[in-house]
Write a protein that binds this ligand. Sequence first.
Ligand code: KG4
Ligand code: ZN
Length: 389
Amino acid sequence: MKILAIETSCDETAVAILDAKEQGDTTFLSVLGNALYSQATLHAVYGGVYPSLAKREHQTNLSPLATEALKQAGLLKQSKHPLPLPADLLNNVRDDAFKKSIEEFLKNTEKPDIDFIAVTRGPGLEPALWTGINFAEALGRAWDIRVLGIDHLEGHLVAALLKKNTNGSLEVSMKEFPILSLLISGGHTEFVLMKELFEYEEIGGTRDDAVGEAFDKVARLLDIPYPGGPGIAEAASRSRTRTDKMGIEFPRPMMRDGTCDFSFSGLKTAVLYKLRTMKEIGEKEREEIAEAFENAARDVIVVKARRAIEITEPKVFAIGGGVSANKEIRNALTKMAREEFPNMEISFPEDDLTGDNAVMIGAAGLLREVRGMAKYESLVALGNLRLKE
Ligand code: KG4
Ligand code: ZN
């Protein structure tokens, strides 16, 4: 069973093609095509994602990326005698250039050997989400195949459970529940429990900023370009090799309050105030601040994760989202889990699946389909979609 998957919730435009095979308890997924364009450098000048720019970039890049993904999958066939498109096919698409690029794509591309389409329906930036939905629905209607809406966070969760085999294929079992997930990204910081397959309960979350957002804001204070996570991590690791440090410490907000909730805006403010009191801020000082900030974020996450595990007693603890790439946080969570919960499995995404991508959307779509959990309903972009909806 083959799927074409589309992700446009934030500043990555991505199209992937996956194939699924069920074998006993396990689903094997092959990534046949994976085309991704990150707009991050375009948004860097604004210090964060600029929604109308994101929308425009998705509109420009969706058709070329779909062509590229089909080509990689060996499924691209030029159409010699294009069928006429339904007259009302693109009525929902208001932007003329986008309309034209979808028309061109559909006229030039013969219906590929794809069984259905999956597209992110939320959460995220609504104008950005709509571009993916409109594109998916146009393809779905022109090719007469169904379009399944997927929750972006479900994508991150599934990505955290995929294991890469030596032959490069991905495998996932998802038979043991509950699965506790910690989703940490630029837009989200939350614990969600998967009690049964695709049945969710929210366990805790941030009351203000997401942890990735805090990394990005602190990076901005330190003149580290957007997205700030990788730059902070790099600066922090340089600082860790030094011995001549000032001993900067930042608060660990809400660490001992007994909840599974987070707050990161105070931590960012603490960095701002610290910088204001410092007379000289050179490379060394910046790096030490990055380290102190990363340590504080790491410690809060570990304490909250321990609490969430104690409450929910999961079989598997899966950490996903852009911030799950952070080595310091990964190592600390892994150490805690191995030492204190040796019977629980801990799982992180492969390095190329931590941030936003379409493989995770395709994987979630295929799993839902092969396990009889796909709900086909008319698609609406839901900026604030929650996993239990
Ligand atoms: O999942 P993602 O690509 O997009 C959202 O859905 O938000 O996550 C992006 C976030 C950004 O805030 C970025 O700074 C952060 O993930 N990030 C990191 C690292 N790599 C990316 N944060 C900390 N350490 C990293 N190595
Ligand atoms: Zn994401």
